[in-house]
Design a protein around this ligand. Structure first.
Ligand code: 8YV
Length: 322
């Protein structure tokens, strides 16, 4: 029996590519360039499985008519770049990679919180530019983290891991909003307390960190009104998805001093980062590094391997989302 034809849309860790090439009739995107809509459409017509990443936009139009792909083994936990309803209608299975990127993404949120509070980005730029004139008591003075309140929006795996770091690692008070109720005993394991509404969280938080999914239901959850409802002098951290924040409203809030700063790993139209945002000093900007460690990227790839292997063996893929 011939092996299923699969397309890996970007370069993956070598160990994972090796396993895929052994098990499947695998096409690797050797030059690692992002695929455009035409190429992705062609892929759905040509391959039994396509293994996309967040850089592959798969709207409903690409699923129209007769397509060959039976499964999309998404490399990542978030899958808002795939039109799930269209995939479902076409009977295309979609899987993701939960669990293995929890710690590393929570670490990047912590890195952003610390960098923006302690002005790490500004300091690094100054040293590199050779403009540092020496120590002085008023130089690049930031905000103390210990004892402050952090508000988490979305108390899933990553929200919990971040809460744990903030509370037990950095002595912060932690409150959170989650659309469903969390057992207070469970929340206390992470040193956290649930509040009723997003506004309740914004009202008391010195730092607000987003950990909710990025689908249509959370689009612009942090809009101009909610940014205005944040505590004066507070900071916003986003490692979730760019579209959870109204980026234009965020830029205005930062320029006008409505909030003090922001630490961002994700953007509304990646890899585009608005120039006005890049010009601000009170932001720390990372290029979507949440899961970017050797260990995690390999584990994510191996999860995709498990999912598509199970699927083509007629077993239930462990991480089915559709
Ligand atoms: C991934 C992420 O690297 O898993 C996610 O949802 O945001 C990232 O950490 C990315 O999605 C790769 O496709």
């Amino acid at each position: 029996m011939s092996k299923p034809r699969i397309l890996v849309t970007r370069r993956w860790p070598a160990a994972v590519e090796a396993v895929l090439s052994e098990r499947f009739d695998t096409t690797l995107n050797r030059d690692d360039a992002a695929l455009d809509a035409g190429q992705l459409r062609e892929a759905l017509l040509t391959y039994d499985a396509v293994l996309p990443t967040v850089s592959d936009k798969l709207p409903a139009a690409l699923f129209e008519g007769a397509i060959r792909s039976k499964i999309l083994g998404n490399f990542g936990v978030g899958f808002n770049h795939i039109d799930i309803a269209a995939a479902k209608k076409k009977g295309v299975t979609v899987t993701n990679t939960p669990g293995v990127l929890t710690d590393c993404t929570a670490d990047i949120a912590m890195l952003l919180l610390l960098s923006v509070a302690r002005r790490g980005g500004e300091g690094e730029r100054e040293v590199r530019a050779g403009t540092w004139t020496g120590w002085r008591p008023t130089h690049l003075v930031g905000t103390k983290v210990t004892g402050k309140t952090v508000g988490i929006i979305g108390f899933g795996r990553i929200g919990r891991a971040f809460a744990q770091r903030c509370h037990f690692g950095f002595g912060m008070d932690v409150v959170f909003y989650n659309r469903s109720a969390i057992d207070p005993m469970e929340a206390s394991r992470y040193g956290a307390m649930q509040l009723q509404t997003v506004e309740d969280v914004l009202e008391v938080s010195d730092f607000v960190s987003l950990h909710c999914p990025g689908g249509a239901e959370n689009r612009h959850l942090m809009n101009a009104a909610r940014l205005a409802a944040m505590k004066p002098g507070s900071f916003l951290i986003n490692t979730a998805r760019g579209n959870v924040v109204d980026e234009a409203a965020l830029i205005s809030a930062l320029e006008q001093g409505t909030i003090r700063g922001a630490g961002l790993d994700v953007y509304e139209a990646e890899p585009h980062v608005p120039e006005r945002l890049r010009e601000l000093e009170n932001v720390v900007l990372l290029p979507h590094l949440g899961s970017a460690t050797e260990e995690t990227r390999t584990a994510m790839g191996m999860k995709v391997v498990d999912n598509i292997t199970a699927f083509f063996a007629g077993r239930e893929p462990p991480d089915r989302v559709v």
